[in-house]
Write a protein that binds this ligand. Structure first.
Ligand SMILES: CCCCCCCCCC/C=C/CC(=O)SCCNC(=O)CCNC(=O)[C@H](O)C(C)(C)COP(=O)(O)OP(=O)(O)OC[C@H]1O[C@@H](n2cnc3c(N)ncnc32)[C@H](O)[C@@H]1OP(=O)(O)O
Length: 243
């Protein structure tokens, strides 16, 4: 599956909705057992959540957006398919989250392709289920440091901390993803799927129990004037970068 939402594959409401629909289609297709997730645009895997969905909108929109993000996370994290992320570009914040909920992560070796949950750099806080997903991958201490500092890891460091499973030359990314997929598909589906469910259930239950409260938290947090100002300033900085 190639992510295709120009210019930076931000996770807009429309993109999240389409991702969920496409995942459902693939899961309902008995001929499909695995999925390689990559970007149509080498250089950018995903810029994460769409900042435009979080700026200058009304509370109902924020709630709808956050619910769609939760839905996407729940769908992909619990997917019965083997999901391999072939990360062919920068992967900050929600882009990193999307990779973390796959089963295996391969990052192309390019110093510009950084990955991490950098929310604190924007003056926002990674929600508990982002944090849980990261802790499940790299452990508590490394997550605490990465989250507080909003670290974006270049490939060698991402590998060292365990944020990705493999770093390969850019031209070997797709072939590596396919051979990893073959290895995972050699395992009987039912045993692998039940193991995945068992490993991920506590984290899923944590979000499911708190879903409505989490939406309310997001809406009241993002509606604050101070947060709106920070997000606007951040967007402006991104735009000015060019000039
Ligand atoms: C206790 C309280 C708990 C409350 C819980 C609630 C807390 C809320 C948590 C919310 C969680 C958020 C997670 C996120 O994902 S936030 C998004 C974070 N993303 C980023 O910081 C990435 C920003 N982008 C970049 O760094 C770069 O764009 C890039 C991805 C490295 C690509 O760089 P490149 O130079 O190629 O491209 P440009 O920077 O020039 O960008 C091109 C245009 O795209 C626009 N853009 C970029 N990123 C986004 C985005 N995330 N959303 C929307 N638009 C984006 C950029 O402005 C340019 O637009 P322009 O062409 O109009 O100038």
């Amino acid at each position: 599956m190639k992510l295709k939402n120009p210019p930076v594959n931000s996770l807009s409401l429309e993109m999240l909705t389409e991702l969920v629909i496409n995942l459902e289609k693939l899961e309902n297709d008995k001929a499909v057992r695995g999925l390689v997730l990559t970007s149509e645009y080498p250089g950018i895997f995903s810029a994460g959540l769409d900042l435009m969905e979080m700026c200058g909108r009304n509370p109902a929109h924020y709630a709808e957006y956050w619910k769609a993000l939760q839905e996407f996370w729940l769908k992909l994290y619990q997917s019965s398919l083997v999901v391999v992320a072939a990360i062919n570009g920068a992967s900050p914040a929600g882009g990193c989250l999307m990779s973390l909920i796959c089963d295996y992560r391969i990052l192309a070796d390019n110093p510009k392709y950084t990955i991490g949950l950098n929310e604190t750099l924007l003056g926002i806080v990674a929600p508990f289920w982002f944090k849980d997903t990261m802790v499940n991958t790299i452990g508590h201490r490394a997550s605490e440091r990465a989250l507080q500092l909003g670290l974006l890891f270049p490939p060698a460091e991402a590998l060292q901390v365990g944020l990705v499973d493999q770093v390969v030359p850019e031209d070997k990314l797709q072939s590596t993803a396919l051979s990893v997929m073959a290895q995972w598909l050699a395992i009987p589906d039912h045993a692998r799927q039940l193991t995945k469910t068992m490993m991920r259930k506590p984290t899923v239950d944590h979000l499911v129990k708190q879903r409505d409260a989490d939406i309310q938290n997001f809406v009241s947090f993002v509606s604050r004037d101070s947060i709106q100002k920070s997000l606007q300033m951040y967007l402006q900085k991104l735009r000015q970068k060019k000039s």
